[in-house]
Design a protein around this ligand. Structure first.
Ligand SMILES: Nc1nc2c(ncn2[C@@H]2O[C@H](COP(=O)(O)OP(=O)(O)O[C@H]3O[C@H](CO)[C@@H](O)[C@H](O)[C@@H]3O)[C@@H](O)[C@H]2O)c(=O)[nH]1
Ligand SMILES: [Mg+2]
Length: 263
């Protein structure tokens, strides 16, 4: 049967998560879903046994492969690499560390047949973020989300759990997508030419990592700020950027006044 669905997983030092993710994903897809789905890990030369882990899963019959890059590093560029190598028309990106539960993937693929882009969101009724996700990560994520608000109507543009139709990717202007940093979904949301009203959402509960470590670093945060600046200019034009930052500054002062000074 032809492959219709591709699941792309950026992975760096994720050996211990590869097997449980693969088994849970194909179990969730069931027999019919598994026949039309491929799983692709894009690893940046971790040399931690990830390749051997994938080979063992292939021997068991899973449609899984691993692309090992040796000259590039980075989450967003790894995702784009996987998207361009994928055979499926329907592409889903998810993290390797099981913070994005594979059990939501079948529903995401179903929605992706009706929407050009589907974002996995933690901000919807009945779902949320695991109580053990550290406070500093919540604060960082909340701040990052607030700064992205004027750019997209999607409720969780910081999410790394999302789907996009392959045909949409080809509609981005040449070289437009920013492959630096972690926030590839935000870049696609702003730069692909579909209408925001067509964005689908898939509520999901965000788990905590149990194996390996987060790769979020100061460098990734700086890359996010630089990406934000580029996206603001892309969307609103360089001439409006000062006005936008003034509005943001006034908003922050207002919130500060309202929360801490008014009473
Ligand atoms: N190939 C490759 N993969 C990478 C790299 N850096 C990170 N990854 C992979 O990208 C995924 C997310 O990385 P984490 O290190 O787990 O990120 P996080 O701090 O938990 O951030 C997550 O939370 C955000 C939402 O708050 C998400 O937006 C983001 O995508 C990520 O899921 C993991 O599968 C990780 O192995 C890299 O340089 N290269
Ligand atoms: Mg993580």
């Amino acid at each position: 049967m032809a492959i219709e669905n591709s699941v792309i997983v950026p992975a760096y030092h994720e050996k211990l998560n590869i097997k449980p993710l693969t088994e849970r994903l194909f179990k969730a897809l069931g027999e019919d879903g598994s026949k039309i789905t491929e799983l692709i890990f894009v690893d940046d030369n971790s040399q931690d046994g990830s390749v051997e882990e994938v080979e063992a899963l292939q021997k068991k019959g899973y449609n899984v492969k691993i692309i090992v890059r040796t000259t590039e590093r980075g989450l967003s560029s790894a995702v784009l690499k996987g998207f361009y190598e994928a055979k499926g028309e329907y592409l889903i990106c998810m993290d390797a560390d099981l913070q994005h539960p594979p059990e939501y993937v079948p529903e995401l693929f179903t929605k992706l047949r009706k929407h050009p882009f589907v974002i996995g969101t933690r901000y919807a009724a009945g779902v949320g973020i695991d109580k053990d996700w550290p406070l500093y990560r919540r604060v960082l994520s909340g701040g990052a989300r607030m700064l992205a608000k004027p750019l997209t109507l999607a409720s969780d543009p910081m999410s790394g759990f999302f789907g996009v139709q392959k045909v949409e990717l080809s509609r981005a202007s040449e070289g437009a997508i920013n492959a630096k940093g972690f926030k590839i979904a935000l870049d696609l949301l702003v730069k692909l030419p579909f209408d925001d009203a067509l964005i689908g959402e898939q509520p999901f509960s965000f788990g905590v990592r149990t194996e390996g470590e987060s790769k979020l670093s100061g460098k990734v945060m700086i890359q996010y700020l630089s990406q934000l600046k580029e996206l603001y200019i892309y969307k609103f034009g360089a001439e409006n950027i000062v006005a936008l930052f003034v509005i943001w500054a006034l908003l922050v002062v207002f919130i500060f006044y309202y929360l801490f000074i008014k009473n």
